[in-house]
Structures are given as structure tokens and as C-alpha cells.
Design a protein around this ligand. Structure first.
Ligand code: HSE
Length: 430
């Protein structure tokens, strides 16, 4: 039998604890599949006394993660500390500099420093594997990198944040406000005490940036449009349903004329769209590619067990030597995409919700203001409210360029008959 694969793990939070538990519980199975033992030669965390879901007490404990790499002479350093800088970054760089392969779930670190870390791994002849960084237990990275490797990727459309998806699902099912559901999610442990990274879209943005890097060879977190779910109201949730759509926090990327369009924002999706039915803490991704067409993967995007499953799949790849560089990212100066498929103008339909004075000429005034920016109305729906003189108005536009739509929306917002803050949301039409 080949020598054991020597693994050291830094960070024993929810994911780290479950990785140790999986390595312990499925040890024989892993050994059979890898045809060699996977040996835990070191673990490291801040708090040694905390209760954890594994029982092995014989694993050497380290208080300094970099010293753990030096002293164990490990083959694989598993980074589950988290955070885009600090000790997580030091640990990963130290491992790669020592020619030790790295497995990580840290999307923030890779999205911010991948431009430096991926080439460093290449130069050192090491793997920098990150199946667990995107979509928890769903094999998104391997599907994109391996199963679809013969395809041009035209478009990625995804739900990449379970917290946002859970909150929006509960708001819809129970007709409750954002704040109300957020507080409950925090009580139940589904949302962090400081939920900003999730609900303001940053977590999904980090994940999307990594998918774009694999699909098109460009990693550019700064070019992403990032928006979250804080401003979504129960009213817009109900109105979008009435119009045949569903509100979802959507990450989308596709090649545009001179760049890769990348956005994470709350969007309307048709109720017959595959992603409309992905609810709760589940994540999903749809890849559109030239030979494989549409492929949708759905599963648990977070949680200790599911994420540990993804971490261990990378460890097993390294144990088998089946991939010298699992989840390898090759960044290119010029992104690769088929020019023929790129739309000449980027347009999408929009949902506009307004509360307006209910009197003659108001609809015409709004339509004229939109027309000024060449925004065409596809559907308009209006209903009187309990306040006699105020109506709720919903407009669905024809596909329109984003700059014109935003300009027109700003102009509509200043019109005298428009009361309260109006709402503008894009509609996913692909
Ligand atoms: N906090 C993330 C989510 C999981 O809510 O989906 C880890 O990225």
C-alpha cells in the first residue's frame, strides 16, 4: 500500500469539526477509495476545550497553524479558519511556499487574493483546491472544471447564498417582513449575528467571482455589481408573485461585449424557472454551455456535514493523485469566450413598483418619462389602495439597457404624483 496522505487541518469550527468527524467515521471507506490511508497528522484551533463532533484524542494539537505545517511535514494543509486576510492568508501562503498542497473552503480569501494565490500554487507545483468554497456540498467546481471542461460556458445563473434564500423563502411562504424573518433566522442559527456578509450579497459575490474565474479565466471581484436583500418588502414579494414571478437572490455571470458581466442582486425569475423552486437554505446553479445545454445542480450550500463532504472530496483527489491540481484555476490576460454568442446590447426586462396619486394623467406622465429614455412598457397593473387617493402601480418593461432604465427610474422617482420610495428590480430572462 502507498504511504499515507498526511493531512493537517487549521480551523475546527463547524466545517473543520465535521471534516475530522468524516475522516474518522469513514476512514476505511476513504482508504479503500484512495488505495492509501488518509492520516490526520495535526489539528489547530483557538480553543482546545470546545466540544467537537469527533472523538479522536490522539491527533497532535498545535496552537500555531504555520508551525503545524513545519512540524508535521504534511502533504495537504486544510484551511478552514476563514476570513479574507490575517492568519488564513498567512497559513495558505506558508503552505504553498513550503510546496504543500492546500484545500480550503475560504471563498473570501480566494476571491480577494486568488490572482496571487493561484499562480503561486502553479509555480510551486501544488494544488489549491476549493470545492467547498462554492455551494457547500454541491459538486459545482468539479462539474464546471471537469464535467463541462469541453464546453464554452455561455452563462452561469445561481442561488449561492443559503441565508438570503432562506429569508426570501420564508417571507414569501409566510407573508412576513424581512426584519421579522431575519431575527427569527438569527434565533434559529440560520443567520449570523452580524449577517451583513450574507444579506448584503458579498458571500454570493465571492462565490460567483470564483465560478467566473473557472469559466472564463478572469478573477475580478471589483467589477461585480453587488446588492443584497435588505430592501425587499413583503409587498414586492406578493406583487411579483401576482405578476407570475418569484423574488430570488441571483448570482449571474456571462460574457458581455468587452468584459464578463457579473452581478449578485435580488431579481424576479419566472415561476417556471428551475431556480424559482429552490427554497430554504438550498443553493443551486444553472450552467448554460454550448454542447451540454442547461445543467442545473441543487443541494445543500452550507452546513458542517455537506461542506465537510466537499472538503474531503478534494483531499481524496489529492490522495489518489487523480488530479495533480484539483480545481485548478488558470487565469488569463484575455478572458476566453465565443465572440459569436455575445449580445451586442445587454438588456433585461425590469419590474417597477410605485405608489402614486390615483387621478387622471398619472399613468401617462409615468409612461412619458419612461419613453424619454426609450423604455417600453410590456405590462402595467394597477390597484387602488385603502387610501382612496393612492394606487399601487406595477410596470413590467420590455428588455431595456441598464443605464437607460436606471436613469428613467430616477426621473420617475422625482415626479410629483409618485409617493414613497419606488422599487426597481431586474427580471432574469435566461
Ligand atoms: N453563509 C453562507 C450561506 C454559507 O448562507 O449560504 C457559507 O458560504
Amino acid at each position: 500500500m502507498t504511504a499515507p496522505l498526511r493531512v493537517a487541518i487549521a480551523g475546527l469550527g463547524t466545517v473543520g469539526g465535521h471534516v475530522c468527524a468524516l475522516l474518522e467515521k469513514n476512514r476505511t471507506l476513504l482508504e479503500q477509495r484512495a488505495e492509501r490511508p488518509v492520516q490526520l497528522v495535526g489539528i489547530c484551533a483557538r480553543n482546545k476545550k470546545k466540544a467537537r463532533p469527533f472523538t479522536r484524542t490522539t491527533i497532535p494539537w498545535f496552537s500555531d497553524p504555520c508551525a503545524m505545517i513545519d512540524e508535521t511535514n504534511c502533504d495537504v494543509a486544510v484551511e478552514l479558519i476563514g476570513g479574507e486576510d490575517g492568519i488564513a492568508r498567512t497559513f495558505v501562503e506558508h503552505a504553498l511556499n513550503k510546496k504543500c498542497s492546500v484545500v480550503t473552503a475560504n471563498k473570501a480569501l480566494l476571491a480577494k487574493h486568488g490572482k496571487h494565490l493561484f499562480p503561486l500554487a502553479e509555480k510551486q507545483g501544488c494544488a489549491l483546491a476549493f470545492e467547498a468554497a462554492v455551494g457547500g456540498g454541491i459538486p459545482i467546481i468539479k462539474s464546471l472544471r471537469e464535467s463541462l471542461s469541453g464546453n464554452h460556458i455561455y452563462r452561469i445563473t445561481a442561488i449561492l447564498n443559503g441565508t438570503c434564500n432562506y429569508i426570501l423563502s420564508q417571507m414569501r411562504a409566510q407573508r412576513r417582513s424581512f426584519q421579522d424573518v431575519l431575527e427569527e433566522a438569527q434565533r434559529l442559527g440560520y443567520a449570523e449575528a452580524d449577517p451583513s456578509v450574507d444579506i448584503d450579497g458579498f458571500d454570493a459575490a465571492h462565490k460567483l467571482a470564483l465560478l467566473a474565474a473557472l469559466a472564463w479565466g478572469t478573477l475580478d471581484i471589483d467589477s461585480l455589481t453587488i446588492d443584497g436583500i435588505r430592501t425587499i418588502t413583503a409587498e414586492d414579494m406578493a406583487l411579483s408573485e401576482k405578476m407570475g414571478y418569484r423574488l430570488k437572490h441571483i448570482a449571474q455571470a456571462y460574457p458581455a461585449k468587452t468584459t464578463i458581466h457579473q452581478s449578485v442582486q435580488t431579481c424576479l425569475v419566472r415561476q417556471d424557472h428551475a431556480l424559482a423552486h429552490v427554497d430554504g437554505v438550498f443553493n443551486a446553479v444553472t450552467f448554460l454551455s454550448d454542447f451540454c445545454g442547461e445543467l442545473t445542480l441543487i443541494g445543500l450550500g452550507a452546513g458542517g456535514d455537506a461542506t465537510a463532504s466537499a472538503v474531503v472530496s478534494d483531499i481524496l483527489d489529492l490522495a489518489r493523485g487523480s488530479h495533480e491540481h484539483p480545481s485548478r484555476v488558470v487565469l488569463t490576460a484575455t478572458p476566453t469566450f465565443p465572440q459569436a454568442r455575445i449580445p451586442t446590447t445587454e438588456t433585461m426586462p425590469y419590474y417597477v413598483r410605485l405608489h402614486v396619486d390615483d387621478r387622471p394623467g398619472v399613468l401617462a406622465e409615468i409612461a412619458t418619462t419612461l419613453a424619454h429614455e426609450h423604455i417600453s412598457i410590456e405590462t402595467a397593473w394597477q390597484q387602488a389602495t385603502e387610501q382612496n387617493d393612492v394606487a399601487t402601480l406595477v410596470i413590467i418593461t420590455h428588455p431595456s439597457p441598464s443605464p437607460s432604465m436606471h436613469k428613467a427610474f430616477a426621473a420617475v422617482g422625482t415626479l410629483k404624483p409618485v409617493r414613497q420610495a419606488p422599487c426597481l428590480l431586474p427580471i432574469i430572462n435566461a
